[in-house]
Design a protein around this ligand. Structure first.
Ligand SMILES: Nc1ncnc2c1ncn2[C@@H]1O[C@H](COP(=O)(O)OP(=O)(O)OP(=O)(O)O)[C@@H](O)[C@H]1O
Ligand SMILES: [Mg+2]
Length: 239
């Protein structure tokens, strides 16, 4: 939808090469990521699975420019984020990355619409009313935009949070266990809306989950073990 003109549309949204992340030093040192090579393709729903401590959140955070790497390079939408200074990285995160948090993190004193538009406000960008309308009608919240989060159902809160992650048309939307705190019906709804983001709106989505059922809603499942990718499954033919 918003690929840089210099890049062919089919170029990966993210290209990560030899990415390592180490925490601590000496005997207590942990290799959270161990020379990971991965491409995240555009318009795909990628799930990241693996046991606790295998590096899932670390991978998500470094791909999103929220954490630094110790070795390796990451290109996001043609920009080498591993070479950016703090200010450029902050700007890139605001403009090119969407994040869905496990707790959804809506601001309670802002209406649904104000919450959705917040990333644009922070970036000093004017809202595109047509895109807002597309998003809110796709997510079935057009008639809830003047409500505060406390006046929304749990499912509506999540849809507002996903719409907020998409409002800047980011290169990639990241979600770390977005269904981790939810009952099974609401989990299905969140997965439906992440799928819709990919299928109807062309968004690239990367989701960490430890639930196989949730991962199977994705197009591709990357499994981590001890900071390395141990399998890379293409599920597109199975859906
Ligand atoms: N800030 C940190 N300081 C020190 N060690 C860390 C830090 N963050 C993560 N680690 C370690 O790096 C490894 C990978 O952690 P990570 O959070 O990526 O795992 P995960 O796969 O997301 O696990 P979970 O399923 O429990 O969320 C773990 O051994 C963890 O203890
Ligand atoms: Mg984690």
């Amino acid at each position: 939808m918003t690929a840089s003109p210099a890049l062919p549309a089919e170029s990966p949204a993210i290209i990560a090469r030899g990415v390592s992340r180490l925490y601590g030093t000496g005997a207590g040192a942990v290799t959270a990521l161990d020379a990971v090579d991965v491409d995240i393709r555009r318009g795909e729903f990628t799930a990241i699975m693996g046991p606790s401590g295998s590096g899932k959140s670390t991978l998500l955070h470094v791909l999103a420019g929220l954490d630094e790497v110790d070795r390796g390079t990451i290109q996001l939408d043609g920009t080498e984020i591993t070479a950016l200074g703090d200010d450029a990285l902050t700007r890139l995160r605001r403009e090119r990355i969407g994040f869905v948090f496990q707790s959804f993190n809506l601001l309670p004193m802002l209406t649904a619409e104000q919450n959705i538009l917040l990333p644009l406000e922070l970036a000093g960008k004017r809202p595109d009313r047509a895109w807002l309308e597309t998003l809110t009608s796709a997510f079935g919240i057009s008639d809830r935009l003047t409500h505060l989060p406390s006046q929304l159902s749990g499912g509506q809160v999540q849809r507002v949070a996903i719409a907020r992650a998409l409002v800047t048309s980011p290169a990639v939307v990241f979600a770390d266990e977005p269904t981790g705190n939810l009952d099974s019906r609401t989990t299905e709804e969140v997965l439906d809306f992440l799928r819709l983001s990919v299928d109807e709106l062309g968004q690239s989505v990367v989701m960490v989950t430890h639930e196989r059922d949730a991962a199977e809603r994705a197009d591709r499942v990357l499994t981590l073990a001890d900071g390395r990718i141990s399998s890379d499954e293409d599920l597109r033919g199975q859906r």
